[in-house]
Design a protein. Sequence first.
Length: 259
Amino acid sequence: MIELKILEKTYIVARYSSVKSLRSLLEKELEQLDIKILNIDFEKDRYAMIKFEGPDEIFAKNYLIERHGTQRNIEEIEIGDKVFGRFIDVGKVNFGFFVDIGIETSTKGIEALYPLFELRNQLFQGKGIALQKIVTAYGIVENLPMFFEITKKQVIGSKIWVKLSEESLQWLESPIKEKKEALIVCGSSRRAIKQALIQTGHFEDIVEIDQCGLLEYRLICKKGTRAEGIIPEIGGFLGRAKIGVQIPKRVRNLVKDEK
């Protein structure tokens, strides 16, 4: 039997339904493997602890770590590693983003830093765009999960730096290139999102609901639909969920203003 903590997170309003949703998600991902999920629980930090067993349990463990992250110490990671993580404390500093990639010492957790200069290099060819403008253009919100690449680490002092993986960079830019606006919702189930869209008459305005994490989704709008106009209507149905918007025109304007 293997016991593994992964970085899929529950929220106060969805703690009980999260167990059922995560079991369904993992059983689908692992359906080709000979393993049985024995138990799923969410700990005090709201991350999931999974117990499973079977002939393919080692392969399953490696797969789950790759796709959903896990807690580890700084000595276990290397520069160039791809890791699963979440944006945290979005907007609280102006020099970049802090990212929870599951790194812990014996006494505390360590957040990685995604520096502003790295963000600018990846999204704006190094142009001096203010962080808050990037946040509002790309819809980056608290707990948004993505994949990151380790760019630097400092064991003494326990510091880690990251950038977006190529996979996540393409994911973030895809609606921008397609000139479609999108909503990013963190902290709600697919069912609740669908019900909110139906109740407010906006279900037909969405062409795709893309799952980013257990309770994190991106809603791709039809061309011509204003994502920001949907927020005040569905927000009341989604409780404490964080909602951001990806707006291609806003991104284009940022690039143009810096020329």
